[in-house]
Design a protein around this ligand. Sequence first.
Ligand code: FES
Length: 127
Amino acid sequence: MESFKNFLTVAFPQYLSKLPLPDDFQGFLTLSKEEWSSLLPLFVFVFTLSYLLSMSCTSSAKRANNWRDLSNPKIVDKITFKSDEEMLKVCRCWKSGTFPLCDGTHAEHCKSGADNAGPALIFHEKK
Ligand code: FES
């Protein structure tokens, strides 16, 4: 831990102070090849860190469920309906305010282009 602290408080600031960082943006245009090559590791580090952070932020967007009972490893809903009801609309976009039943919220969600999920329509087979 002490070496990490030393890196952050001493070595890294020393490294940064030796970099040929210009005072303004136009100063980058006047840097020599050697100066650019000394800046390259810093730019690669910053780019890699930014990429990894953006990937970790977007990975949660791949989940269908981003809000409901997230600590539960599996959510199961039991839906019963009367035999005289003709159709049940079950939400598949996970945006419904009446989840697990569809309340039509999917229409606005799909309009944004984020998804194309609509409800599952379940019909009671009449005998
Ligand atoms: S609100 Fe989710 S499918 Fe309709």
